[in-house]
Design a protein around this ligand. Structure first.
Ligand SMILES: Cc1ncc(COP(=O)(O)O)c(C=O)c1O
Length: 403
């Protein structure tokens, strides 16, 4: 039986697509890029994205082309992408930022016209639908992350269109996996339990501050250090996951480890609770979407099926950076802040800058990604802190495809 096939079968039942199990979504994305993009391929992506994903694209030997984004949700705005850019790209990589779907119907249509692959990053978007169809079933391939939705610290999938492609990708994956280590398996199994104990015992603030003081956090700022000269040197070996490992492994060092049954058994148990997790997320999203801080992407878009089961809820606030510090004193550490946008962070040597970076800059510097599972505590803290809403500078027509 192929590695992880039981977990993959569970995901296939949910999605209706052939799935390959991977130890992380970043490895799934790397596999997709290697399978569908030749070295040197130009990949259109959102600059409001995890820096790890930028390094995955670079590791695959591709050139990241930064797209204009919507000021409403930070996702690619297909209508704002210049025609010359469309004509010069070889693939599109979506983000589905915080679980809000990309304009995937338009993107799929455009990719079909151009004859290029659409790769969906659905790491934040398990359970999100567009026109009644799950995100992750529109593209040539889609990556999912179990680290996000069921509080695991491992696990991912690559969903593809047919079983033959799945078998091909299983072989490619097996070549990239590193051998199992018992110590790693124990760490991956125990870390989620340690995290939930810290939360239950109200120790978030002291633990976080201590880690900050001891230099135990991998990032001093929202973005990891770029180490530009080393990155330039790594390009000589691209495509190569190993050459880019110092960047790609940040936040998840076991991203390519062949975990044993201990880890996979725990993931199977966690996946059995995925629907409960999504239900609790919907309740938190409903609460936060009704507040003054909710991004218009949440408040003003028609969602006939009810609230989306978001990974994080994009709130738009003034004084975001100082607020994040104060929220630690309320026992809340908000991660997943992607500021500055990737073109400002990495520069033109490593990425092709967006022709219009203004919306990405505004969104990235004002968004507060709130965990819907702690919605009540967050609204209490924001009210006590008298947080002012940030209003997007321009109003767009609501072209999103959220249903
Ligand atoms: C948008 C996005 N895609 C992919 C990933 C990678 O997921 P994983 O940690 O499972 O590799 C992340 C990680 O945070 C992410 O934020």
């Amino acid at each position: 039986m192929p590695y992880g096939s039981r977990l993959a079968a569970t995901m296939t039942r949910r999605l209706g697509r052939a799935c390959v199990y991977t130890p992380s979504a970043r490895l799934a994305l790397y596999l997709a890029l290697r399978r569908w993009c030749r070295p040197g391929a130009r990949v259109l992506m959102s600059p409001v994205n995890d820096d790890v994903i930028l390094f995955v694209v670079l590791a695959a030997g591709c050139r990241p082309v930064q797209a204009p984004v919507s000021v409403w949700d930070g996702n690619i705005d297909p209508a704002a992408v210049p025609e010359a850019t469309w004509r010069g790209i070889d693939a599109v990589l979506t983000t589905n930022l915080y679980g809000i779907p990309d304009r995937v119907v338009q993107l799929r249509r455009r990719c079909d016209q151009l004859g290029i692959p659409l790769i969906e990053d659905a790491a934040h978007a398990i359970g999100t639908h567009v026109d009644g169809r799950p995100v992750g079933t529109f593209g040539t391939a889609a990556a999912f992350s179990l680290s996000k939705h069921v509080a695991a610290t491992a696990g991912g999938f690559l969903a593809v269109e047919d079983a033959r492609t799945r078998r091909e990708l299983e072989l490619l994956r097996d070549d990239l996996l590193t051998p199992r280590r018992l110590r790693e398996d124990l760490t991956v199994t125990l870390r989620p339990l340690a995290r939930s104990s810290v939360r239950t015992l109200h120790l978030v603030r002291p633990v976080w501050r201590t880690m900050q003081r001891l230099g135990l956090l991998e990032r001093d700022a929202f973005r990891m250090a770029l180490h530009a000269p080393r990155l330039t040197a790594s390009a000589l070996s691209a495509p190569s996951l190993t050459a880019y490992e110092p960047w790609v492994r940040v936040d998840l060092h076991a991203f390519r480890v062949r975990h044993g049954t201990l880890v996979r058994g725990q993931l199977a148990l966690r996946m059995a609770h995925l629907d409960d997790d999504l239900t609790r997320r919907r309740a938190g999203v409903a609460l936060l979407a009704g507040t003054a801080w909710a991004s218009p992407a949440l408040r003003e878009r028609a969602v006939p099926d009810g609230p989306l089961p978001l990974f994080r809820v994009p709130l738009l606030v003034q004084g975001r950076d100082a607020l994040l510090e104060r929220l630690v004193d309320h026992g809340m550490v908000c991660g997943y802040v992607y500021d500055p946008p990737l073109d400002d962070y990495a520069g033109a040597e490593f990425v092709e800058p967006s022709p219009d970076p203004s919306a990405a800059r505004w969104f990235a510097s004002h968004v507060l990604p709130a965990d819907p599972l702690t919605a009540r505590r967050m609204t209490g803290a924001l009210t006590r802190e008298r947080v002012a809403t940030a209003r997007p500078p321009v109003r767009e027509a609501p072209t999103a495809a959220v249903t």
